[in-house]
Design a binder for this molecule. Structure first.
Ligand SMILES: Cc1cc2nc3c(=O)[nH]c(=O)nc-3n(C[C@H](O)[C@H](O)[C@H](O)COP(=O)(O)OP(=O)(O)OC[C@H]3O[C@@H](n4cnc5c(N)ncnc54)[C@H](O)[C@@H]3O)c2cc1C
Length: 529
């Protein structure tokens, strides 16, 4: 009943106050949507007086952000990555399709959301968003009927829920029907640590079962769930609540994201490499770090001495490196050793002989039937691919599977992706694959239920040793590319603090949702432990 009462209260308030006043009230209650996550003391020096050597392990977004931040402040940075290319999951490498045809292929299309404020600040410091284009439309395609469009979505939190209702994603009746009406309120009550204490034991599937979520609303929920690369029976419900708060109910940036119109190498990686080189940093690629040690003099990384270390690998690397490190406290090595990746994900880029209809955005999410989660149209979205097909003919599409069913073999996944794309795009019926690059990886963080309490933080408790990556627990909500970037800045800040230097500013969405701290309906108990 409580949720019913608050919904009616909300409608009455809208009636009396008018939408403008209510928008202002929501913004105020959410602290203006943005908060300073740290205090920058401008009286402190900006640059190191005496050199310090820092090793950054991993050259993904987290490692690159930490490396650039520290190199700009006078640290002697050495960045090491096991891959032959920079960027990690945002990396890109050349592939020779034929003796005369060379293309660049990446780990997959990425959406850069407007509210990724720390990432935007980092990219803007290098002028890297100039080639960005807006997707224009955030769409979910369904093979069975009408999809969902977020294009016309109101960007003000709560108003955006009503907009979803108008778009037919759910009916007011669904929201007012038990048991859902007593449970949906949790989405508006995000409280950074409390949400995890209360709900990390539940899976998203548990919630769907307890709330009896209607199928169409589940499509919208699934959109947020996909960001975690996990099946719904594994995914932590607390992580899903964080996702909703971070992407939807805690800020007003909207979901219409940008994307670079060039391949990641020219768009980001080469300019970042140049920035590192300008500040004297060394980049060593193709070098997997094996051994980390700590003694009275500092750290050793595969036998080389450093004053500080930023562990910015993926979870697999962090578990291997820190889990087996010498000279670190045992609880720390045990905690890292227990880190596990989530499910496998697949990215299949194919050069084909048929095109997709013109009225779809260049990247769409698909309401997955079996394996297909998203489709990107590279010949339309990226200049490099457009030039390639202009010269050689054909079309380039990329198929994503964010959580490969356990036990599914590589060939079966490949075939299932190719079969499923035709269900969403019947015009591709009978297409042939001329070339392909297929990646099947297991190096994404497991955001599974019950794991949050033991997830490492940026600070390790060992002076000079910090971590960064989208898997690191932060004191504020952030996810994916933004989490990777902001954890890199947060890690650099810890080393800047230790050296007595001024920190880089960090901003975050509010820590608490609109209805956090409100009394809860007794029926909410079913979500308890
Ligand atoms: C297919 C796909 C689509 C995605 N789409 C989006 C999206 O649309 N929007 C979004 O925000 N995010 C998206 N993401 C997530 C995003 O890519 C990641 O959150 C982000 O790139 C993670 O950056 P990172 O630096 O934390 O980790 P990584 O990019 O994984 O970097 C870690 C680096 O560590 C290196 N490493 C590992 N072990 C060692 C070792 N022993 N020694 C040295 N180096 C090592 C690796 O080679 C790698 O370069 C997507 C991810 C994938 C896979």
């Amino acid at each position: 009943m409580w949720c019913f009462a608050s919904t009616v209260g909300f409608l009455v308030l809208t009636w009396f106050l008018g939408p403008l006043a209510l928008r202002a009230l929501i913004k105020r209650r959410l602290g203006g949507y943005w908060r300073d996550a740290n205090v920058v003391d401008s009286t402190k020096p900006e640059r190191l007086a005496a050199p310090k050597r820092v090793a950054v392990l991993g050259g993904g977004v987290a490692g690159l952000t930490a490396a650039v931040t520290l190199a700009r402040r006078g640290f002697e940075v050495t960045l090491l990555d096991k891959n032959a290319y920079l960027g990690g999951k945002l990396g890109s490498w050349p592939v020779q399709l034929t003796p005369t045809r060379r293309v660049w292929v990446s780990h997959g299309f990425h959406a850069f959301f407007p509210h990724y404020v720390n990432l935007n600040r980092f990219l803007d410091s290098l002028g890297l968003r100039r080639s960005f284009k807006s997707i224009g439309e955030y769409a979910i395609l369904s093979a069975k009927g009408p999809g969902v469009s977020f294009r016309e979505l109101d960007r003000t939190p709560v108003f955006n829920l009503f907009a979803l209702m108008r778009a037919g994603v759910f009916k007011l009746g669904d929201a007012l029907k038990a048991p859902g009406r007593d449970l949906y309120g949790v989405f508006l009550e995000y409280e950074h640590d409390k949400t995890f204490a209360d709900f990390d034991h539940l899976s998203f599937a548990d919630f769907n079962r307890l709330a009896q979520v209607p199928p169409r609303l589940k499509v919208a929920f699934n959109t947020f769930a996909r960001a975690f690369f996990a099946d719904e029976d594994k995914l932590s419900f607390a992580e899903l609540l964080k996702s909703f708060h971070f992407y939807y109910l805690g800020q007003d940036g909207g979901l219409v994201y940008g994307y670079p119109t060039r391949d990641y190498e020219p768009a980001f990686l080469e300019p970042i490499r140049q920035e590192l080189s300008k500040h004297g940093a060394t980049v060593r690629l193709g070098q997997a770090v094996k051994a980390l040690g700590k003694d009275g003099q500092g750290f050793s990384v595969d036998g080389e001495r450093f004053d500080s270390v930023v562990v910015a690998t993926d979870v697999v690397g962090a578990a291997a490196i820190v889990g087996a490190a010498q000279g670190l406290p045992e609880p720390l090595t045990t905690r890292f050793g227990a880190l596990r990746p989530g499910q496998r994900y697949g990215v299949l880029r194919v050069w084909i002989d048929k095109d997709v209809r013109k009225d779809v955005p260049v990247f769409v999410i698909t309401d997955r039937e079996r394996v297909l989660d998203a489709v990107s149209l590279y010949h339309r979205l990226e200049e490099d691919s457009a030039e390639d097909v202009k010269a050689h003919g054909g079309y380039v599409i990329e198929l994503h599977c964010y959580a490969v069913p356990e036990g599914m073999e590589r060939d079966e996944l490949r075939q299932a992706l190719l079969d499923e794309v035709v269900q969403f795009f019947p015009e591709l019926q009978g297409f042939t694959v001329q070339h392909e690059v297929f990646q099947l990886n297991r190096d994404f963080t497991a955001f599974h239920r019950g794991l949050y309490a033991d997830r490492p933080t940026v600070e390790t408790g060992v002076p000079g040793l910090v971590c960064a990556g989208d898997w690191v627990k932060l004191p504020f909500p952030a996810m994916l590319l933004e989490a990777a970037c902001v954890s890199g800045v947060w890690a650099a800040n810890q080393l800047l603090r230790e050296a007595g230097l001024r920190e880089e500013p960090v901003r975050s969405v509010p820590l608490r949702g609109l209805m956090a701290g409100m009394p809860q309906p007794p029926a909410r108990k079913v979500l308890g432990r």
